[in-house]
Design a protein around this ligand. Sequence first.
Ligand code: FES
Length: 114
Amino acid sequence: MNDAMFWVYACTTDELAEGRGLGLMLADARGVTNAVALFRSEGVVYAIEDRCPHRGARLSTGPVYEPCKIACLDHGWSIDLRSGRVDPPESARVRTYPVRSDGGALFVGFGERS
Ligand code: FES
């Protein structure tokens, strides 16, 4: 982990169900508010930008339809939660964030890697 990472409380671990998304507005160290979508897939929690690169729909409403893949509900673009890459034939990427679990709480990291 990057020591310069700024960790922001997101939710309790119980608030994020397997296969579901949770949309949050989180402020980074500069006070800039970021729309972040959390997902749990096969027990692992991922955080990505909550904005589809196609036409800006919220990704947190989309289902995890196979391990580590979500679908945007507006037009069906598929996004890999690990990399943020949109699956072909489309080509785009959403921002990803590191996630840390501590004492039953989930934290999202903001920093150089974000
Ligand atoms: S807005 Fe997400 S696929 Fe179109």
